[in-house]
Design a protein around this ligand. Structure first.
Ligand SMILES: O=c1ccn([C@H]2C[C@H](O)[C@@H](COP(=O)(O)OP(=O)(O)OP(=O)(O)O)O2)c(=O)[nH]1
Ligand SMILES: [Mg+2]
Length: 147
């Protein structure tokens, strides 16, 4: 793909986001903060990353939680998956929530989430009176049972 332009504002001397292993889908992003940020249970904080990007048209970035932080401390992204639009020129920020039982302090330079670069297609609609039939029909929300 065409290269993404990236601007880094380095408060905490963190390196360029990078893939931690050869087969990693996501590049870890760092908390760009001078001091620790405490997140009390059920609190939400917006953590800066110091990263600004310009994506080629047709690409998006998804930012997702790190499983280790979620499992060990209940630190996850309150918006599930964050969408970074190709025309967004602001700083990538990470809305974290603490779903754990204890306060957690995000340290300067800590890896807080991961970004995945993805292609997307433009959806188009055609308005119709009736949709085509399928075996599933309107069944959903567990209608096929548990086992
Ligand atoms: O976790 C996130 C999610 C979004 N963004 C930035 C990039 C994105 O392009 C922009 C808008 O995000 P979104 O469309 O999800 O939010 P919105 O509430 O619909 O805001 P807007 O009205 O600005 O689109 O905010 C982040 O930095 N982190
Ligand atoms: Mg939006």
């Amino acid at each position: 793909m065409e290269k993404c332009k990236i601007k880094i504002v380095n408060k905490s001397a963190q390196p360029l986001p990078g893939y931690m292993t050869e087969g990693s889908a996501g590049m870890d992003l760092y908390a760009d903060t001078n001091e620790g940020i405490e997140i009390k249970p059920m609190d939400i904080v917006l953590v800066p990353t110091g990263i600004f990007i310009s994506l080629p048209v047709g690409y998006e970035v998804q930012i997702r939680a790190r499983s280790g932080l979620s499992l060990k401390y209940g630190i996850t992204m309150v918006n599930g998956i964050g969408t970074i639009d190709s025309d967004y020129r602001g700083e990538i920020k990470v809305p974290l929530i603490n779903l754990g039982k204890s306060a957690y302090t995000v340290k300067p330079g800590e890896r807080i989430c991961q970004m995945i670069v993805k292609k997307y297609i433009i959806g188009e609609f055609e308005v119709v009176e009736e949709l085509d039939d399928t075996l599933r029909g309107e069944g959903g929300f567990g209608h096929s049972g548990k086992l």
